[in-house]
Write a protein that binds this ligand. Structure first.
Ligand code: SF4
Ligand code: SF4
Length: 217
């Protein structure tokens, strides 16, 4: 399972972003942020209570099924009046949801969460970033281990000088990515790949923001 991993912004930051907006409509999402307890029904209810206590008028709340999909006609119809009354939308979803809603509604949007990464569930309730969609995938030469996400510095040509007894200098509780890669390649009898040089990335050849069009037949 792949999920957007988020954490709540501080109350101070949310209050600053909402400064000047007295009437607020709050939107949560029933998918990733419900799972991570950052923007589901209980968190939306708690946010409503907190902002109401601060004197904000909450014109309405909803938790949409999937915030990174466009809001459906039914939702827009059901919440037409409270959405119109709101001066700002406080969106308790990942940034994909915030941007989807911002493109659809002509309203000032405030994200309530910080989006950290797209994570794969690697254990019960545990999510890890395993790909940063870097556009130059080299895991065919690293035994299927991604150095961009596994190494704290994203090094792609072997370890830094701080690697220590197989552990990372930045987090000694973590295995050094390049020890993992070395061990994997050794196990596979492909240590020759450790000598493979990864050229510096050509950012001109990888325009950002990324775009992709499905070709029609
Ligand atoms: S090298 Fe890592 S970050 Fe880049 S595409 Fe491959 S898995 Fe993703
Ligand atoms: S010790 Fe290893 S994982 Fe940590 S930053 Fe250096 S190369 Fe990367």
């Amino acid at each position: 399972m792949i999920r957007s991993i988020t954490r709540p912004k501080s109350e101070e930051e949310i209050d600053r972003l909402l400064d000047g907006s007295g009437r607020i409509f709050i939107i949560g999402c029933g998918t990733c942020v419900t799972l991570t307890h950052t923007g589901g029904e209980p968190e939306v209810a708690a946010m409503k209570e907190r902002l109401s206590a601060k004197g904000k008028v909450i014109t309405g709340t909803t938790v949409v099924p999937v915030a990174c999909d466009n809001l459906t006609g039914e939702i827009l119809k059901e919440f037409k009046a409270p959405l119109n009354q709101a001066e700002a939308l406080l969106i308790m979803t990942c940034a994909y949801g915030v941007q989807t809603i911002a493109r659809q509604l002509k309203k000032f949007v405030v994200p309530a969460l910080d989006t950290l990464f797209v994570g794969k569930e690697t254990g019960f309730g545990e999510f890890n970033e395993i790909c940063r969609q870097c556009g130059t995938c080299i895991i065919g030469e690293t035994g299927g281990i991604c150095p961009v996400t596994t190494c704290h510095k994203g090094l792609v040509n072997g370890p830094c000088g701080g690697t220590n007894n197989g552990k990372c200098e930045i987090d000694p509780n973590k295995d050094c990515a390049w020890t993992l890669i070395y061990n994997r390649l050794k196990e596979l009898g492909r240590l020759d790949l450790m000598r493979q040089y990864q050229k510096p990335r050509n950012h001109l050849g990888e325009p950002s923001p990324g775009k992709f069009y499905i070709k029609s037949n």
